[in-house]
Design a protein around this ligand. Structure first.
Ligand SMILES: [Zn+2]
Length: 306
C-alpha cells in the first residue's frame, strides 16, 4: 500500500481573512466535518475595486458577513464556483443577490445530465439549481481589472468540477480535486474514477507553483502530490482487482477484506470509493459486475485479468 503524507496544519481563524499573497485572501467557513476538514475555503481575488470570490461556501450568516466585511470598500463583480456541492455553493444565492455579481462556473446539468443523489454519502449533495451566468468550459478566461482566471475542467470528484488558474502567478485554485489534508472522495454516481485519473494526469502535466484547495492549507510542490495521488489510486485499484481475483465477489466483501482499519463513520464513503474503482475496472474490462451496481452486486474477474 502506498503511503501518503497529508498536511493537516492550516493557519486560520474562522471569519478572518488571511492574505495568502497580495491579491488573494482566504476565509475559512465554520463547517468542519470528516468531509470538509476545518471548513470550506472561500477565496477573494483582486486588489483593485473589483474583486472575485471563489466558492461562497455554506449558507452561514457568520461566513456571509465575513465575506461582506472583507470586501466592504470593494465590489464583488464575479463569483466563481469550483463545483456545485452544497458546502461550496449553499451561500451563493444570498451573496449573488446582495452584490449582483456574475456567477461563473460549469452548470451541473450541462455536464452529465441529472443525478439521483440518493447515494451521496455526505449531506453536501449537489445544488442542481445553480445556473451560472457565464458557463465556463476548459480554457475559458474571465478578466477583472487586476486579475484573470482561467477554468481548468477537472471532473472526477464531481462531474462539474473546475480548477482556476490565476494568470501570471503560478497559483491554481484546486477546489476539491486536489487537497493536502486528504485524498478526494470519488463517490458514484457523481464521482467517476476514470475522469478523476484523467484530471490528475492533466494536472501532472502542468507546472503550477502552488495550489489553494477548497479545504485545508495551501499545497507547495503540487505536481509531486498529484503524482503521489495517481500512484496511490493505482496501487489501491490493483489491491481491489487482486481481491476480486482471490474470490471477493461483492463490494461489501472487498471492503471487509481490504479496508480493515477504516473509521466506521466512513463506511459508506469507503463502499462508494470501492464502487468507483470497480466501475473503473469494469470500464477497462478487467472485471464484470452485475447491473445496477450496488454494494452487493456480483463481481467476477474477467478472463483477461486472470
Ligand atoms: Zn468540498
Amino acid at each position: 500500500m502506498s503511503k501518503l503524507t497529508f498536511k493537516t496544519s492550516i493557519d486560520f481563524v474562522y471569519g478572518k481573512p488571511k492574505i495568502m499573497v497580495p491579491g488573494v485572501r482566504r476565509i475559512v467557513a465554520n463547517n468542519p466535518s470528516s468531509f470538509t476538514f476545518k471548513g470550506t475555503n472561500t477565496y477573494i481575488v483582486g486588489q483593485g475595486n473589483d474583486v472575485a470570490v471563489i466558492d461562497p461556501g455554506p449558507k452561514d450568516d457568520y461566513h456571509y458577513s465575513a465575506i461582506m466585511a472583507a470586501t466592504v470598500s470593494k465590489q464583488i463583480t464575479h463569483i466563481f464556483v469550483t463545483h456545485t456541492h452544497l458546502d461550496h455553493v449553499d451561500g451563493l444565492k444570498s451573496l449573488a443577490e446582495a452584490t449582483g455579481a456574475t456567477i461563473c462556473g460549469c452548470s451541473h446539468s450541462m455536464c452529465h445530465g441529472n443525478f439521483d443523489n440518493s447515494s451521496m454519502v455526505y449531506n453536501v449533495s449537489s445544488d442542481v439549481q445553480v445556473f451560472p451566468t457565464i458557463q465556463l468550459y476548459h480554457g475559458s478566461q474571465v478578466n477583472g481589472s487586476d486579475w484573470s482566471l482561467t477554468a481548468i475542467f477537472t471532473p472526477g470528484h464531481a462531474p462539474d468540477h473546475l480548477c482556476f488558474e490565476l494568470k501570471g502567478t503560478g497559483i491554481l485554485f484546486s477546489g476539491d480535486h486536489v487537497m493536502g489534508w486528504s485524498t478526494s472522495l470519488i463517490a458514484p454516481p457523481e464521482g467517476h474514477m476514470g475522469d478523476y485519473f484523467a484530471s490528475l494526469e492533466m494536472l501532472a502535466r502542468r507546472n503550477d507553483v502552488v495550489y489553494y484547495p477548497g479545504h485545508g492549507g495551501q499545497i507547495e510542490q503540487p505536481k509531486r502530490l498529484v503524482k503521489a495521488y495517481i500512484l496511490h489510486r493505482k496501487v489501491r485499484e490493483k489491491i481491489i482487482l487482486a481481491a476480486v481475483q482471490n474470490g471477493c465477489c461483492t463490494i461489501t466483501d472487498i471492503v471487509t477484506h481490504t479496508y480493515k482499519r477504516h473509521d466506521p463513520n466512513l463506511t459508506k464513503a469507503v463502499l462508494l470509493t470501492v464502487q468507483a474503482h470497480i466501475e473503473h475496472l469494469s470500464q477497462q474490462k478487467l472485471v464484470n459486475i452485475d447491473c445496477p451496481v450496488t454494494k452487493n452486486s456480483r463481481i467476477v474477474a474477467s478472463k483477461v485479468a486472470r
